[in-house]
Design a protein around this ligand. Structure first.
Ligand code: 13P
Length: 252
């Protein structure tokens, strides 16, 4: 049985005090309601990581970043390396979010470099993939996700794949209020798992968590998460308040 995962992606929201307050309130909720069976992760902006780690370290919530540099260290002003992320106490990093791909021109090759650096630094990677609306309308969504995985992820060894969580996030569903239907999500998740099976074998595919992201809310999470190949969610807007985020975790 794969464990369910719910990860919050705070994106570029909240100042330090606001972020730490949210981390505390989520931590308090799960200490008082320890029955939840999912792995809960919060992926904060870099500036929150060390402080959030202090708050979360005795609890059950894991911490992650939303990006890391494509180089290990050195003269790269303004960048944050995977190793620096790891040194804050974070365990995860999101790589390949569609906002990074589109606004910062991160291509598959760069994302593969980042993924390898993250794994070599001891982090687990939430690797995002997904098509834009035009690609879905032109029925190219499988082809797009195939390319993103083949070039961004499949240079990894089977041992390295152990450190990977895949997040399927159709770009047309991110922050738009539109969600993929549970059947659309299941269809793509199964396709992803089948690709992984073909490349790495059944064992690897069976244990790989594949999360859905895109306008996940307390009202739709249970139905999406009930699909056999949907192992939880990567949550944007609804991760910014305790009530919605914890309700989504409870929907697992
Ligand atoms: P929303 O949940 O706000 O649609 O964002 C999804 C997302 O991009 C998570 O990484």
């Amino acid at each position: 049985m794969r464990k369910k995962i719910v990860a919050g992606n705070w994106k570029m929201n909240m100042d330090l005090a606001e972020g730490l307050k949210l981390a505390s309130s989520i931590d308090k909720y799960f200490s008082e309601n320890p029955s939840n069976k999912a792995t809960v992760i919060v992926c904060t902006p870099f500036i929150h990581l060390a402080g959030a780690h202090e708050i979360l370290k005795h609890g059950k919530i894991a911490l992650g970043a939303q990006n890391c540099a494509s180089e290990a260290s050195g003269a790269f002003t303004g960048e944050i390396s995977a190793w620096m992320v790891k040194s804050t106490g974070a365990e995860y990093v999101i790589i390949g979010h569609s906002e990074r791909r589109s606004y910062y021109n991160e291509d598959d090759k760069t994302l593969n470099k980042k993924t390898l650096l993250a794994i070599n630094s001891g982090l687990k990677v939430i690797f995002c993939c997904g098509e834009v609306l035009k690609e879905r309308e032109e029925k190219k969504h499988f082809l797009i996700v195939k390319r993103q995985l083949e070039e961004g992820l499949f240079p990894l060894s089977v041992e390295q794949m152990d450190k990977i969580v895949i997040a399927y996030e159709p770009v047309w569903a991110i922050g738009t209020g539109l969600t993929a239907s549970p059947d659309q999500a299941q269809e793509m998740h199964k396709y992803i798992r089948d690709m992984v099976k073909e490349k790495y074998g059944n064992e690897c595919a069976k244990k790989l968590p594949v999360l859905y992201g895109g306008s996940c809310k307390p009202s739709n999470a249970a139905e999406i998460f009930s699909k056999p190949d949907v192992d939880g969610g990567l949550i944007g807007g609804a991760a910014l308040n305790k009530e919605d985020f914890t309700a989504i975790v409870e929907a697992v």
